[in-house]
Design a protein around this ligand. Structure first.
Ligand SMILES: [Zn+2]
Length: 88
């Protein structure tokens, strides 16, 4: 079994050379065809390869709030499909 993170949490899990430091990004994802943008989303960023891993706690919180959001998005989507207009 491959561990997700090395024993030393300061070491980058991608290159095993750099060190990861807490940083923040604007997290973006497409959820049900809709762009989701979360500013100041906490991540751990490597100072060598610049790879980053999302903060697992923050991801958990995001997913919890997403399930509520997704319900609202699906409701909106259902409304939109009823008035399909060809906009260019
Ligand atoms: Zn790295």
């Amino acid at each position: 079994m491959k561990p997700k993170l090395p024993a030393d949490p300061q070491t980058c899990p991608h290159c095993y050379v750099g060190r990861i430091q807490q940083s923040s990004i604007t997290y973006t994802a497409i959820i049900s065809g809709k762009l989701l943008s979360v500013p100041d989303f906490p991540v751990w960023r490597c100072d060598v390869c610049h790879a980053y891993v999302y903060d697992p706690i923050a991801i958990g919180q995001l997913q919890a709030s997403l399930s509520a959001h997704q319900k609202a998005i699906l409701d909106e989507k259902a409304r939109r499909t009823s008035r399909k207009t060809a906009s260019s």
